[in-house]
Design a protein around this ligand. Structure first.
Ligand SMILES: N[C@@H](CCC[C@H](N)C(=O)O)C(=O)O
Length: 300
């Protein structure tokens, strides 16, 4: 390898309710972003906290972030490269982590985040330099069931709502990325890693889908589990998935009105709104974990 490319880049590690990301400044030179993400996100051999304070290796993706200070509010250009090297158009928890990263570099508490699924406004509450998690809300846009937007295969007739597929009753919605949502009695009774791959790759989802399970809790909130496209496994949390649950619940008449709904993936609690008109919101905690340097051109 040329010595010029055998360099390291600095990174910071963040998580939002357990959905964890390596964050790299997009100004730093990473010649092959896919290879970088595949190597450093690996849960067995990937990025590690050298202090030993955090024992989970790897990550759910790499966020390449460009902060543009000259705008008011400042803009962040966000690109999420996933552990399989693919680029995701949007990531709810990633957007919340992007806002936390930017908040530590500015005095701003509001940011516009440019993603491939549009520009999202984020509001940060809390002290970016402090020990407590930040409380970050992202405006996620209007969820869509339109078959062209999900997207569904051209030969599918109309929206996919409460349709049986591979043993689950699914509703397909795009909340920045596509989700196939199933409401079940208890999310913990389903062998998600066993049932999800067939749905994730089903022909009806022309660009694939994340597979999200939800079950209703006694207080009216939902428990969540999501198998993510690009991670090709279950994650501790998925923000677009949490919004998809509330959007699908409203579409099916399980939820009414504009009030916030608690959605709890394994990694913590999120607060979601899906108003009858206007943008959905995703709110929850974000924590900085550790930082260091990583090979920009890792050997494969
Ligand atoms: N974890 C994310 C979703 C990331 C994108 C997804 N894996 C895809 O490829 O569609 C979130 O918090 O929304």
């Amino acid at each position: 390898m040329s010595p010029a490319l055998n360099h390291t880049v600095s990174f910071e590690k963040f998580h939002g309710t357990g959905n964890d990301f390596v964050v790299v400044d997009a100004d730093d030179s990473v010649p092959y972003r896919g290879r970088f993400a595949e190597t450093h996100c690996d849960r067995e051999t990937g990025v590690a906290d050298e202090s030993g304070a955090h024992d989970r290796r790897g990550a759910d993706g790499v966020l390449f972030l460009a902060l543009e200070h000259r705008f008011h509010p400042p803009r962040i250009v966000m690109t999420l490269v996933q552990p399989d090297g693919s680029v995701a158009a949007m990531c709810g928890n990633g957007a919340r982590c992007a806002a936390a990263w930017a908040a530590a570099r500015t005095d701003a508490t509001e940011f516009m985040i440019d993603t491939q699924a549009g520009t999202k406004r984020a509001v940060v509450r809390g002290n970016a330099g402090g020990d407590d998690p930040l409380d970050i809300t992202v405006e996620m846009g209007v969820p869509t069931f339109d078959p062209r937007d999900v997207p569904l295969a051209a030969d599918h007739d109309g929206e996919l709502v409460a349709e049986e597929l591979d043993g689950l009753e699914l509703t397909a919605v795009n909340t920045g990325v596509p989700h196939a949502v199933a409401f079940v009695d208890d999310v913990d009774d389903i062998a998600l890693d066993a049932v999800a791959p067939a749905i994730r790759h089903a022909d009806v989802f022309s660009e694939g889908a994340n597979v999200t399970l939800a079950s209703r809790d006694d207080d009216g909130g939902f428990s969540q589990r999501t198998f993510e496209r690009g991670v090709e496994g279950e994650t501790q949390s998925c923000g677009t998935g949490a919004v998809a649950i509330v959007a699908a619940a409203k579409r099916l008449g399980h939820v009414e009105g504009d009030d916030p709904v608690r959605v709890s993936p394994p990694g913590g609690d999120l607060e979601i709104t899906v108003p009858d008109r206007g943008s959905a919101t995703l709110r929850g905690p974000v924590e900085a974990e550790y930082e260091g340097r990583l090979a920009a051109m890792p050997e494969q």
